[in-house]
Design a protein around this ligand. Structure first.
Ligand code: KG4
Ligand code: ZN
Length: 334
């Protein structure tokens, strides 16, 4: 029985897991607190985590119907992410674990996104090819065992979610940008504007999204504010199609390079409807099994951190008292 805590960005999350079974998965979104700024303000995020963490942990235990005396280990996202935000989660987890002399299990956030696929119902077994696309990262990983993945390719500049967020802001849509842009795109024509699908001829498996964002800036300048307002749905749909196009083209290439029998997705962008449909079509064409977790397990949550913790190394009490969070750097996959 694991209590897991995730505070790497702007969601305060806690979950209780019994093996691969989710007993509770509480997510307190701070989106409203950051919406006025058009993006996450790190200091605001840390302060909100500090206020919310105790209540979110209590809610997770309450919804699971589990007392702290039944918890066997405390898992927490140690990085990468916003350092102030991570520190709140790590300190909370250390305090709860230390009070009961329980082990602490630090978890890499990206391995957490992959591990969402190990949760019930129908946990996916390695090996599989995993596309992780979030607000901070975009990568293709070869998952050959539960505890890690081999990095096959990653973004050279912006992450896919970051491109969604910045483009949504440019189009005057709300925050967070991904869901807002997807909604706007529903009424638009994905072929209305030609957008570059970057890295299309590149033989490798890396991604690039900053050129696409710049292309959208130029389209908006050419059109002027009135035409942008009028064609917003078409602009959103064309942009979204280009992001999905690049993700699919690299996934196709990775499938060609390896002998994969299963594909999985992870990260907030994996909640995107058109991406899920395109990946489903590709997997059907190739006769490859596809695992799609529900949208709420794609975006940040603590259940995925608890899931990764089952395959990570615990640190016994009191050896973790000096353990620190990391903003970046220790993102080594394996
Ligand atoms: O994994 P996540 O919750 O946090 C990070 O680890 O970054 O991902 C958040 C990102 C944001 O950029 C958000 O705009 C994007 O995922 N996102 C989406 C959708 N839902 C969330 N992007 C496109 N379509 C969506 N439906
Ligand atoms: Zn994430």
């Amino acid at each position: 029985m694991i209590l897991a805590i995730e505070t790497s960005c702007d969601d305060t999350c806690a979950a209780v897991l019994d093996g691969p079974r989710i007993l509770s998965n509480v997510i307190s979104s701070q989106a409203a607190a950051h919406a006025g700024f058009g993006g996450v303000v790190p200091e605001v995020a840390s302060r909100h985590h500090l206020e919310l963490a105790p209540a979110v942990v209590e809610a997770a235990l309450g919804q699971a119907g589990v007392g702290l005396d039944e918890i066997e280990a405390v898992a927490v996202t140690a990085g990468p992410g916003l350092i102030g935000a991570l520190l709140v989660g790590v300190s909370t987890a250390k305090a709860i674990a230390a009070a009961r002399c329980l082990p602490l299990i630090p978890v890499d956030h990206l391995k957490g996104h992959v591990a969402a696929n190990f949760l019930e119902p129908e946990p996916l077994q390695p090996p599989f090819l995993c596309l992780v696309a979030s607000g901070g990262h975009t990568l293709l990983g070869a998952v050959r065992e539960h505890g890690g993945y081999e990095l096959l390719g990653q973004t050279l500049d912006d992450a896919a979610g970051e491109a969604f967020d910045k483009s949504a802001r440019l189009l005057g849509l709300g925050y967070p940008g991904g869901p807002a842009l997807e909604k706007e795109a529903e009424g638009g024509d994905p072929e209305a504007f030609e957008m570059p699908v970057a890295m299309a001829r590149d033989p490798g498996l890396d991604f690039s999204f900053s050129g696409l964002k710049t292309a959208l800036v130029y389209r908006c300048r050419e059109l002027g504010p009135d035409a942008v307002a009028e064609r917003r749905a078409d602009l959103a749909a064309s942009f979204q199609a280009a992001v999905v196009g690049q993700l699919i083209s690299k996934l196709k290439r990775a499938l060609k390079k390896g002998d994969w029998e299963a594909v999985a997705l992870g990260g907030g962008v994996a909640a995107n409807g058109p991406l899920r449909e395109a990946v489903a079509r590709l997997c059907e064409e190739r006769g490859v099994r596809l695992k799609l977790v529900p949208g709420e397990l794609c975006t940040d949550n603590a259940a995925m951190i608890g899931s990764a913790a089952r395959f990570a190394a615990p640190i016994e009490y009191p050896d973790y008292l000096g353990y620190d969070a990391f903003a970046s750097g220790e993102t080594a996959a394996a």
